[in-house]
Design a protein. Structure first.
Length: 216
């Protein structure tokens, strides 16, 4: 299969506002072996992303969970090619200075070869987070691999509803910043024809699935 997919080649749903549980349930039904195989298939298309990156590019990824497409192959790819991998933490692991929840993600470097070996703590929302003193802002990265529940053919992304990535990337997107590139990483069944977009939503620049890569 050609890695550059045309609009009609995605296996998509026509539901415009699908419930999140439709996709999270389907993800959880996959076996460990199936998830690993799909991740290996998706990683074959990272070469198309590589063509757009400078040496030593900074790549933000995330800990996969809740049945998500595994991200270990992205870390393997980064370390094989000399890219610098980073993982997100929520704000300052607490609250903003005004006392409200801080939804701006920062990113910390990864030195381990396996995500399972990275020391973590569990955020109140159940997400794994690395703890490190050296935090980078999203604007300092070249690429951010974004988790998602669903995505449409225009790059509109449905997350888990916390608003962390939209909050983190919103200012740069509205100002027309060129980086970071925002790349989705998911199974093919998470791609739908159209999602209802909200004013605060930040669309993706590209999408990688087991069947290929698409630029928006």
């Amino acid at each position: 299969m050609h890695p550059e997919l045309k609009h009609s080649e995605f296996q998509t749903s026509t539901v415009s506002n699908p419930p999140r549980r439709q996709f999270t349930r389907q993800r959880r039904q996959l076996t460990y072996g199936e998830r690993s195989q799909y991740a290996r298939m998706a990683s074959l298309h990272l070469v198309k992303l590589q063509q757009r990156l400078a040496p030593r590019a900074r790549i933000g990824l995330y800990y996969d969970g809740f049945g998500e497409l595994p991200t270990q192959p992205i870390l393997d790819w980064c370390q094989c090619l000399g890219y610098l991998p980073y993982l997100p933490v929520v704000g300052s692991l607490g609250r903003a200075s005004n006392g409200s929840d801080d939804k701006h993600l920062r990113f910390v470097p990864v030195y381990q070869s396996k995500l399972l070996n990275v020391p973590t703590r569990i955020h109140s929302l159940g997400m794994k987070q690395n703890h490190h003193r050296r935090l980078l802002w999203a604007r300092e990265l070249d690429v951010i691999i974004c988790p998602l529940v669903a995505v449409d053919l225009n790059g509109n992304r449905m997350g888990m509803g916390g608003g962390f990535y939209d909050t983190t990337l919103g200012k740069g997107y509205r100002s027309g910043a060129k980086k970071p590139l925002k790349i989705g990483w998911c199974y093919d069944f998470q791609v739908v024809e159209q999602l209802q977009r909200q004013p605060w939503d930040v669309p993706l620049d590209g999408l990688i699935t087991p069947s290929g890569i698409r630029w928006f």
